[in-house]
Design a protein around this ligand. Sequence first.
Ligand code: ZN
Length: 412
Amino acid sequence: MPNSFSLVFLAALLLMCALRLWLAGRQIAHVIAHRAQVPSGFAGRIELVAHHKAADYTVARTRLGRIGLAVEVVLLLAFTFAGGLQALHDFWSVRVDGLLYGLLLIFSVLLISALVDLPLALYHQFVIEQRFGFNRMSLKLFVFDLLKQATLAVAIGAPVVLAVLWLMARMGSFWWLYVWLFWCAFNLLLLFIYPTWIAPLFNSFIALDDAPLKARIEALLARCGFASSGLFVMDGSRRSSHGNAYFTGFGKNKRIVFFDTLLGRLQPPEVEAVLAHELGHFRHRHVLRRIALLFAMSLAFLAVLGQLIDATWFYNGLGVETPNTVLGLILFVLAGPVFTFLLTPLLSLLSRRDEFEADRYAAENTSASNLITALVKLYEDNAATLTPDPLHSLFYDSHPPAALRIARVQAA
Ligand SMILES: [Zn+2]
């Protein structure tokens, strides 16, 4: 039955919704208000048509985000106060027990959430991305991807869930410490196997064979003191025309991956500048710091869960009358984001600081002007708005607004 924790949770949920809707409203209004004209810093570099497209794309996605929020909240309330999770427990607990009960309960919740999200994912890909010319996927490929993702989720997820449930049941009151260690090890393993085992299930990677570009990149790597075990081109164009480049792996096992869409659009010196930005993230240890931060945060969350798992008020307050560790874990994962949402601006701030640092590294090791023209092209190609609402950007954006980034690069 509802208790005072129910009220705390509802209040946090209301606060989150109000904040997200308010920020979305500000973003839409700000983008529309600046739609008529290309901002002065970009005049002559970005066409009015492209500026309009970026504004309309941003507004369309922000509107879809509001619908997504509504769906998310309804689902959360259905699982908790409306008794959805209790009903799933009642269903499975009379049929199976032990680890199998936990596994089926967790997968039921995941499956229901995925099915509820599916219409929005379809709408995003085949209506919004389609309308703005970004979608390259057929429905067949979408379904294929979905099946592959589901298979992977079961193949990798089931053993992980079983291991976590086993640790929770067997390791006494400090189970959360063991789960944390296991979780960290699993994530490191995933980072390690992702480029070579998982990514190739979805895309093809071929060695970069453009000799002049390769020579240029190798010179950059040597200049910056990096060793790489390979330069690859990924067929990102199979799914989307958005372009990107990334750098994965550890130690000597690093590989550099360019989306074919990026190479098709940027000149070699610009590709070099974009890659130098990625190298900057490594040189300044952003990647390691990010992993360390995520591990520290998961330790804190697990320690909190370690306290909540025996607290009856936590279950009752969220619509569950039959406390057990599996339900505790699920409730924590469902309800946690409502509280941790308030950390978003802090994480965004840290990320933007890293981006400035990586930009500076790229400008120092390649050329500021090539970095700027590359950034302008990428903003244009991805229809990223040049005029975000400052507060919305402060709260959410992992990358600084284009105008600020370029001003910093020019000043460096
Ligand atoms: Zn970056």
